[in-house]
Design a protein around this ligand. Sequence first.
Ligand code: SF4
Length: 344
Amino acid sequence: MSISRHEHKAVGLLSGGLDSALACCVLKDQGIEVHAVYIAMPWGCGNETRAKRIAEDLAIPLKVIPLGDDYLPILTDPKFGFGSAHNPCVDCHIYMVKKAAEHMREIHGAFVFTGEVVGQRPMSQRRECLGWVERESGLEGRILRPLSASFLDPTIPENEGVVDRTRLPSINGRSRKAQYALAEKYGLKHFAQPGGGCLLTEKHFGERLGDVLGRGVSTIAETAVLGLGRYFRLSEDAFVILGRDQKENEGIIARALAEDWIIRPFSFPGPVALLRARDVSQEMLAKAAGLCQYFSKSREQAPRPVKAWRGSSVDQVQDVLPDLAGASGFLVSPGESSNSQKES
Ligand code: SF4
């Protein structure tokens, strides 16, 4: 720990939700210079827009940290295991706290804090899990959970009198009554509602992600599009993501990698498809195009040409005739929800 640290400067994890915002408020109230970090995950439980708005409302500096490729081992083999789906919550918390600690060192802060509430969530906020996070992040005594401090051992900033433990709230369990009362007190309005969930906690997404990870992924960017649309595996080396509405169509195009193919109907309204494959043949493009037409109102019509281009070559557009019959062989895939058979 740097000896030049400022004891009254701390870094908090801000998610955009109420608890982490309140943690900032109660420490600010005690004269702590609060800085915040937001870890931007393509499919995580945070809300970047809300986090930015809260930081603005509270007049605190916010650093947005994009999820790095160093998160991949957590997705494939987390030390503390998965929750009920593909959610490695304990390892994920450790990762986030480590990122906050890096920022704490950069700004010569003295401790890290989070909005965790003891007993609120089944996995990551159990008492022993909080201890694992502390030990694994190398921040023993320097992670304060101000909303639940009275249920936990005093931290260094509390022992040194930097934070007055007796003035912190005493919240535990799943009820959110105390948090809403505090939100009222601090005039907090722009927080995300709880339950705006992390896709890793959803079974279908976990299956989809597991299917892709199991075949080898080397960057987080490769997983970003998986949170969108319908998912179809065409072969060992190829899959298609198909948008379900205009927003998803745009998101798919925005998250495409340079080597991905984008397939888009122009002569009829229908979904955008992203095809990711090691070797793309015309036959495969036609099947992906077939999925576009199958999930449109033109399903019963003769094949109608669509446009296709590579993410890296948007100026080289080609026409593709959908293979509707070929596409129909891929209508059930890992991570497909049961309501996915309707047209866009
Ligand atoms: S729900 Fe769990 S895995 Fe998902 S972002 Fe939150 S802590 Fe991480």
